[in-house]
Write a protein that binds this ligand. Structure first.
Ligand code: 5GP
Length: 187
């Protein structure tokens, strides 16, 4: 059976991280990709677990050395997925999930057309703003930057293979399971 790569994207604050965490709890055989970022760790985030936290200089060197499968600038910080990390997982026979922004997702699809792109949508733009503010993890300027990006991200959703509305955590997780486990059957 071929191993598959799944890309999950969605607007900031849509709760895609929570949906994904719950999916992984129920399906522990899937591997979650760990990205590199130049943003500072939030409280509780651990280097090598949530992200590889690297400097802008290091990130630039990785771009120049063509080390990234994809990378993007998001709200003033850089984020990227290392080719080596992905190739290693696929070689080890693991199905892998990337949680990245929509720009990165479309780059992955260009290079790996067999990748499955899944977009998690908010029930409404108002619900999204409320959730983003309710997290209390970002300052006002960052929240405003992220809300601006929401519109661009929703526009890119048309290029995704599947869309899941996160109006209820349990339903969204079940839908994600249906999509991924359905794809696994065809692998
Ligand atoms: P956060 O700063 O909230 O952890 O992530 C901000 C955004 O960057 C989210 O939309 C997240 O999915 C995205 N992101 C995380 N890692 C990567 C990556 O490796 N590449 C890209 N393109 N986006 C990423």
């Amino acid at each position: 059976m071929n191993k598959k790569l799944y890309v999950i994207s969605g607007s900031s604050g849509v709760g895609k991280g929570t949906v994904l965490k719950e999916f992984l709890k129920r399906n522990p055989d899937f591997m979650l990709s760990v990205s590199c970022t130049t943003r500072s760790p939030r409280d509780g985030e651990v280097d090598g677990v949530n992200y590889f936290f690297i400097s802008k200089e290091e990130f630039k060197n990785c771009i120049e050395g063509e080390k990234f499968l994809e990378w993007a600038e998001f709200a003033g910080n850089f984020y990227g997925t290392k080719k080596k990390f992905i190739n290693q997982c696929l070689e080890e026979g693991k199905d892998i999930i990337l949680e990245i922004d929509t720009q990165g997702a479309l780059q992955v699809k260009k290079q790996m057309p067999e990748a499955v792109l899944i977009f998690i949508c908010p029930p409404s733009p108002e619900a999204l703003e409320k959730r983003l503010r309710g997290r209390h993890t970002e300052d006002e300027e960052t929240i405003r930057k992220r809300l601006k990006i929401v519109e661009e991200e929703l526009a890119r959703a048309q290029y995704f293979d599947y869309k899941i509305i996160n109006d209820n955590l349990d339903n969204a997780v079940s839908e994600l399971e249906n999509v991924i486990l359905g794809e696994q059957k065809n692998a």
